[in-house]
Design a protein around this ligand. Sequence first.
Ligand code: GLN
Length: 301
Amino acid sequence: MPTVGEIVKKTTSFFQEKGFDSPRLDSELLISRALGWERLQVFLKFDYPLSEAEMEKCRELVRRRAKGEPVAYILGEKGFYEHVFEVNTSTLIPRPETELLVERGLEFLNSSDAAKPEARQSALVVDLGCGTGCIGLSIAAAVPIAKVVLVDFSLEALEVAKRNAARLGVEARCEFRHADAGDLEALQDLVGRVDLLVANPPYIDPTDERVSPSVRQFEPATALFAGGPGQKGLEEIRRWALTSWKLAATSACTLFEIGDGQGDDVIQIFRESGWADVQLRRDLSNRERMIVGLLEGEQHG
Ligand code: GLN
């Protein structure tokens, strides 16, 4: 009987030949899941011999991965910021670069508390197009006074976000809103009240050839793509920027993730929506991946 160590090694070279980005990690995660083990046990029990039934379970998960299915969907979860989030094919898989929004959002909430003592009582946060809820729920978990409204037009995604809120123990401070983030009518009660808005909108042009086949095949198109071919993926950002302007309180911050190369267009869009103080922030690979809009005690409409 082959041992766990041998199977992990064999699977790693198989994934390597397929050109996967992290063959060793994928192999360890899938084999340990197939056996119902923690990943660490793969190292501790590397000479454990697998039964035929265990081998079959491993083969099944390895086959799914070999067909391009992302590991996160096979496992049903993905780590993001400080927590593990449930994911399924109705939600985008959280990406590490999106953690930038959480970090900047926390910075804003923490500094605005100092500036506005009355804000210590509560802070209203809105996550537009929440998907798994990874951004808004990470903020809810880190800021005990935050109340978070999570908005998504996919009911399936909202169900995932609800379960994630329960997982993190923050559901009592969360509200789930079934609405299109560009539909101001559905968000009317929030107008002029929100301290922090976060969004990772769909911002990819549907004809963009940089999108990998696996992303295109498995992740929800509505969470990725915006507008028609050649519209540069800016359609939803345009609608959501206006929502963020209308919902913002007099002192507020809005943070959107954007695509590499969209910076200049998005600055323009935010200005046209009403945001005067707008800045782009770069990620660790020096690409402009986030837009920050700030309001400091200004009346607006
Ligand atoms: N907010 C979620 C995320 O960042 C979903 C974003 C989306 O569906 N476009 O993963």
